[in-house]
Design a protein around this ligand. Structure first.
Ligand SMILES: Nc1nc2c(ncn2[C@@H]2O[C@H](COP(=O)(O)OP(=O)(O)OP(=O)(O)O)[C@@H](O)[C@H]2O)c(=O)[nH]1
Ligand SMILES: [Mg+2]
Length: 200
């Protein structure tokens, strides 16, 4: 008789989903707050402050975003993936002067979504580098501003020297399903890393 694997045991009726912390990180103005807001099933907590003339020449969000505010502490939102899993999303500030907050926000996280704007790769390298050094599972999510990428994914991987084992995907930060699919890639990645570490 053929072996039939037993199905995943369902969580006991009424049990709460397991909470999992995910960081949404990346450079200035790449779409982190938008990402958290698109998927969150609660009204996201944001800490936006008006950008002032003091940031001119320092904070450049690119020509076309119409960006007038920036995150000064964090974004927070959550999304239930299924009966057994609920993700708590913590968005980082993007400006490098708030970099000291990243360690706290990454503490205890299962993984990170590193959001990238393919038109401003210079701003994106530090985030990739940070998570490589932290050894936290991460996925590089290239935000297709206005539905297109300034460079294709292979070029972005090359330019940011992203290891071939790190997944890189294109997504739309304003689209809930696109953000969900990207988070699922991250969960797959984190699970694969956890399984691999059990076998070494
Ligand atoms: N056209 C377009 N605009 C976008 C997209 N994603 C974000 N934006 C806009 O880009 C700007 C920056 O988005 P945010 O989500 O605030 O970026 P952020 O990474 O949180 O920015 P900081 O917190 O300041 O680092 C906002 O004006 C958004 O409305 C996109 O996919 N397409
Ligand atoms: Mg933000």
């Amino acid at each position: 008789m053929d072996y039939v694997p037993s199905p995943e045991p369902a969580p006991p009726a009424g049990s709460a989903p397991i909470p999992v912390k995910i960081v949404v990180a990346g450079g200035f103005g790449v779409g982190k707050t938008t990402t958290v807001g698109s998927i969150s099933e609660i009204s996201p907590l944001t800490t936006e402050a008006e950008m002032t003339s003091a940031g001119v020449g320092i904070d450049d969000p690119g020509p076309a975003t119409g960006k007038t505010t920036t995150t000064v502490a964090m974004d927070f939102g959550c999304v239930t993936i299924d009966r057994s899993l609920k993700l708590y999303l913590f968005g980082t500030p993007g400006q490098s002067r708030f970099g000291f907050m990243w360690d706290d926000l990454a503490h205890g996280a299962l993984g990170a979504l590193v959001v990238v704007d393919s038109g401003r790769l210079d701003d994106c390298y530090p985030a990739v580098d940070y998570f490589e050094r932290l050894k936290l599972p991460f996925v590089v999510a290239v935000n297709a501003f206005d539905g297109r990428l300034a460079h294709d994914l292979d070029a972005v991987r090359w330019a940011l020297a992203i290891d071939e084992r790190i997944p890189i995907v294109a997504f739309d930060a304003r689209n809930k399903l696109s953000v969900r699919d990207t988070l699922l890639v991250l969960l797959d990645r984190a699970l694969a890393d956890a399984v691999r570490s059990q076998h070494v």
